[in-house]
Design a protein around this ligand. Sequence first.
Ligand SMILES: [Zn+2]
Length: 333
Amino acid sequence: MNYSGWKNYHAHIDKGFLIPPNSYQDEPAPIRAEWTRNAKVLLSKEEIKVAASLALEKMHKYGTTYVRTHVDVDPLFELRAVEALLEVQQEWKDRLVLDLVAFNQEGFERFPETEVLLREAIKMGVNGVGGHTSMDQDGKEHIDKIIGIAEEGNLDWIEFHTDETGRADDFNLPYLAKVTTERELKHKVTAIHCCSLANVDDKVALDTIEAVAKSGMTVTTCPTAIATRSLTRVKELAKAGVPIQLGSDNLRDYFNPLGSGNMLQYGQLLAYVSRFYELKEIEQIISWLNAEPENERVKQQLSQLAIHLSYPIKTNTDLLAEAPAPQLIEAVR
Ligand SMILES: [Zn+2]
């Protein structure tokens, strides 16, 4: 079987592959978040580049041709990670398309200076801006602020870690859908995770899914999130016509000590958790892993890669069951 390349729609390659003497310990999330903040202060641009390249090597080996990674921008990392990743983007441009989303991981309340730094990151040439709806007291205000900053630049992507806590009282997806519709932002906006949607009442969920579908936004699910919370209602979102994307999320850091970068493996995990077992459902997951973003620049860059994947395998079921590494065939241009 032949494919053009898998797409990893959400990662954090700026802070993965912990460097010694750092290692994962299974403490509560706020403690691990604190360790991450401490590490970010110390990580040099060169160390960030090494870590990011280690992640990309894994992803490339398993046939990934498009990676959209968040890059933390705050007074801890300052703009070192953006500088590092812009160089990595260039170094890898013949093997994969790397889109960078300048990310406010820590919230505006903890670090108000982040607003200025995000504007700097836009000037430096990132492809998008990202926020986190659970990081500030008022998730709606956070959404407005991020969209305001993003609209000052001519950006391809506006993304939110959305309702990642999974708590029914932490539910900003309806507001994000409303703003996306009003401002006609469509597929520029991606809601990542949407865990709370799994835990609100069915009627509320149904109305929200309709609003999300009407807005034209995309939803990215990261199956490894199941370690700590529910995955979103992937099947219902897809049935309503919402474009679904998959991401690896964190690899080998204080949030996830594992992570192969093999998109078929993440697809397989989604299949297990959400029971995509029928052939047409398995094929649906494969089609999501394969789908290019709705963006002419990215489509053009992908067409320049001239990489093809070949698998000595006969069916999509075998592909998702075994998640093998492909033979990478790089056509001579
Ligand atoms: Zn994430």
